[in-house]
Design a protein around this ligand. Sequence first.
Ligand SMILES: [Zn+2]
Length: 277
Amino acid sequence: MFLRKGLPDGRERLIEARWDKVSMTELCTIIGQKDDASVSTIEHLLSAFAGLGVDNAMVEIDGPEVPIMDGSAARFVEAIDEAGVVGQTALRRFLKVVKPVRVEHNGAYSELLPGERGLSLDVEIDFAAGVIGRQRKRLDLSPDTYRRELSRARTFGFLRDVERLTKIGLALGASLDNTVALDGERVLNPEGLRHPDEFVRHKMLDAVGDLALAGLPLVARYRSFRAGHKLNVGVLTALFADRSAYTIVEAETPRETRRVQPSRGYQPAAAAFVEAG
Ligand SMILES: [Zn+2]
């Protein structure tokens, strides 16, 4: 849930971080009404929450865009760790996929399949540029695997796209501090890549954030090929359009996996709920 502040009329608006509130997905995920109150670039922050098993949080934001930070979810993970998370007494609810759902576009696809436990991901990308090429990664999502394998993977872009995007008012803030910049076959960032397959890891980080828009943690297997935000929101739309494709299940017992670690000078805005499954 986002509390959008800093609006011209001085009022605040609550915007739910949910698939049916998404208004545009050209490059990033935006929730809310474009001309009214909206928040863009939510996917890396939502990814950090979902990756760490936080499914109840209030984000207060005083501008229209979540800061890009270093282009990954690393800073958000640090901030959540610093604030601490707390288990709640209510039983945790999960969205369990019971029937395959798939959306496709020009050979790219995004699909959700029944799974037994938590969310497992299988992401494949295929870029003409040899510096990326074909990469595939599989992962069973947990706070540990998220931290280690995904949280530091940065967003990436090609120089040739920058001019086009700047023309339509996007990517204005892209720089080597927040993007892996590619020029043909070269990585321009002097520090190089954080992982040899950082690109597919980032796509998976994005998918974790997009799937968090389901509103509940998923029990499912997710698989995608060359998918982006649009197809990921599309597969959620398809899932919710078919009431026989999912059920809501409750955890049997509330379980706290970590205690609150209040940190100096920072008051968590809301209690967060810790991964139980
Ligand atoms: Zn991203």
